[in-house]
Design a protein. Sequence first.
Length: 214
Amino acid sequence: APLEEVDLPLFFGWFLLSSVQEKVRCTSMDFLKTLDTLEAFKKHLADFTGKAEKEVDLEQYFKPKGALHCTTKFCNYGKAEGAKEYAENPAVKALYGSAFEVSLTALFVTPRTVGARVSLTDEQLQLWPADAEQSSSLPPGSRAHITLGCAEGVEPVQTGLDLLDILALQQDGQQGEPAEEMELGSLTYYGEGRWLLSLREPIGAPACFSSFYG
Ligand code: ACK
């Protein structure tokens, strides 16, 4: 392909520094380990296994998906809609390569993905594409997340969609079922295998705004 067709990355985003990647992975593993042991989770195990009696080891169930990051714009090497416009956005150009701190405010689990919700600051929202939330009426930045793992055969694009799905339920006034007060925060069940842990203390993660070519 001519060079101009490959000069856009696969995606732009915030890439967590390696020291904090380890910390976030540990936190997520601890969460999965604890979730697995909760009576509330066992009660809804069929959401994951299809069978009530079967056991699931969540730490094995989810496979890691590479370096931890929060995608801003998926460009697909320029083939995604709005990719070129995004790359040419003055804020994107000005802030490319800069250091940020992204705030992880919740962890969520579904039968497909495990992820962390990222709450963006106003400055960070300048780097957020207008079309990310798709047709949902959720505010810009709602989809911001870090994929921590995916079930067998599930692509990481699913993590943000799972988060939007949970946030849409909340927006519709569905409070979910309070399940457990954990050391990390409050755990809520939203049905169909959807669990959200609101972190008592957000995790501040140093990250670099950059891009990934793959
Ligand atoms: O976990 P993620 O945010 O989900 O990070 C990866 C990254 O781009 C490389 O695959 C995300 N991704 C893939 N396809 C899309 C898409 N159509 N829209 C938004 N993000 C996407 C994926």
